[in-house]
Design a protein around this ligand. Structure first.
Ligand SMILES: [Zn+2]
Length: 486
């Protein structure tokens, strides 16, 4: 996008200053209306939308606005700090304000968010009180993939021919290093993933860009070629054809289980379930347990990433997105169960599939209610939490066998070692497990709604035992799985 205007001045600083060195095509000034709530500067969404050349739809009845940038849909609601960008929820520091029939966004938080998702960059000049929309210059334009009978073809589109080299690491990463390449690392997650690839990462270095593809088959045969007109690099990955005994499903086959993502449920304004007797918050106990699981696993030489290390809110979708981006091998979400009744007790591990009984359905509905913290309104959250929605696009179907086996192994470890009932494994529509491109389970460690178990969950000794069991279940899965790979 080319700047076609002279300047975008905040009303507060609408006295004209000079515009140095910019491409000026049209000598016009633009005023961005601002308002202040306390000390916080807010900017008019309608004005920002014109600046970034997007379309705006305002619904006065619901108090929501939709900004369509052409490649992104940004939804904001008045008095809400949440902004939906496509299907991801972002949390601003302050809520959107409403004044004189217009939505105003908190300047700093909104610019920060916008710069994560827009193609160009909104640059705010504090001194001059002006905002410019500056195009980002990228010469790696995008990536597409195509499936052939015995190979995946990945095409990297470039704006000009560039020198490149590639290598394959022992861990099964194919690294493509493009000399002088400029890549929008934000865009990578929108790129389609070829069947032969498990995860894609992009890195911008000073003089080069690197695209890394985690191969499903370490021993896949790789061919790389290029063309000048149009400029592109084409990678062909042909998978080996040996069948895995462990999995009936050939699309997830790895030799090693190395990187585990541990996901402590809830966080921030989302406390999860709260105990009746002591007011214990699920978000706090599961964080403690998760940290212990991570420590156990790291001591056994595994790599562990946590979706959160502190008391912060993370949207459900962001949790698996992180795991996918990292190319994690397993995803384990840790929670405490709750029931409107006082009696129910015990530990249980779930994997994602259609619920077969009301108890499992209730557990999923409870965990999915976290969505209300990231949606513009509760009605929509309820709709999103609906089982049908979740099952509509069920990536986890591919990992059903491994996920149920992992659940089984974790639950087996808990059996007898904890002095609480073993409720076994079950399946239901847990939103947080959806879209994980790896085996994924959700552990309900105990019932925080039961007085006895709430008391236990607070105890460090119990937390430690629970953590040890989960870690041992993961290690057992790794051992068995790798055995069948040899
Ligand atoms: Zn939970």
């Amino acid at each position: 996008m080319i700047l076609s205007v002279l300047g975008w001045w905040l009303t507060a600083g609408s006295a004209i200053a000079n515009v140095g060195g910019r491409n000026v095509f049209n000598q016009r000034e633009h005023i961005i209306k601002t308002t202040k709530v306390g000390e916080i500067i807010y900017v008019s969404l309608a004005d920002i939308q014109i600046l970034i050349n997007a379309g705006l739809e305002w619904n006065p009845f619901s108090g929501t606005a939709k900004v369509d940038t052409g490649d992104r849909i940004i939804k904001v609601s008045m008095y809400s700090p949440y902004v939906m960008v496509d299907n991801d929820a972002y949390n601003m520091v302050y809520s959107a304000a409403f004044q004189d029939g217009e939505l105003y966004m908190p300047l700093e938080s909104f610019l920060e968010l916008s710069n994560k998702v827009l193609r160009g960059e909104l640059v705010y000049d504090y001194g001059q009180e002006r905002i410019d929309y500056v195009p980002r210059f990228h010469n790696i334009l995008g990536l597409s993939s195509e499936e052939r009978t015995n190979a995946s073809l990945i095409t990297v589109s470039l704006s000009e021919a560039m020198q490149y080299e590639y290598n394959v690491t022992d861990e099964g990463w194919l690294n493509l290093i493009i000399d002088g390449g400029r890549v929008d690392t934000n865009l990578v997650k929108q790129w389609g993933i070829a069947k032969a690839v498990q995860a894609i990462r992009a890195y911008q270095f000073e003089n080069s860009a690197q695209l890394s593809f985690r191969l499903k088959e370490k021993n896949a045969s790789i061919k790389v070629s290029d063309s000048k007109n149009p400029a592109r690099i084409i990678i062909s990955i042909s998978a080996e054809t040996d069948e895995s005994e462990f999995s009936g499903n050939p699309s997830w086959r790895k030799n090693e289980i190395e990187l585990i993502v541990i996901d402590p449920g809830h966080g921030g304004q989302d406390s999860g379930a709260v105990g009746r007797k002591y007011g214990t918050k699920e978000k706090d106990v599961v964080l403690e347990i998760s940290k212990m699981v991570a420590k156990f696993l790291e001591n056994k030489g595994l790599k562990v990433m946590m979706t959160r290390n502190e008391d912060v809110f993370i949207p459900l979708g962001g949790r698996t997105q992180l795991a996918n981006r990292l190319g994690a091998d397993l995803f384990v979400s840790i929670h405490a169960n709750a029931s409107p009744k006082r009696k129910p007790r015990g530990s249980q591990t779930f994997f994602l599939s259609q619920a077969k009984n009301d108890e499992a359905r209730a557990a999923a509905a409870l965990e999915n209610s976290s969505l209300k913290f990231e949606m513009e309104n509760e009605a929509l959250a309820a709709k999103m939490g609906d089982l049908d929605y979740i099952l509509m696009d069920l990536v986890q179907n591919e990992y059903l066998k491994e996920s149920s086996e992992l659940a089984e192994m974790i639950q087996k470890e808990a059996d007898g070692k904890l002095k609480i009932p073993n409720r076994g494994i079950d399946q239901a529509g847990f939103y947080v497990l959806n879209k994980a491109y790896m085996p994924a389970v959700l552990v309900e460690t105990a019932f925080i709604s039961n007085e006895v178990e709430e008391g236990l969950l607070k105890k460090e000794s119990f937390q430690k035992k629970v953590a040890e069991n989960i870690a041992n279940g993961i290690l057992e899965f790794k051992r068995k799985y790798q055995l069948t790979k040899k």
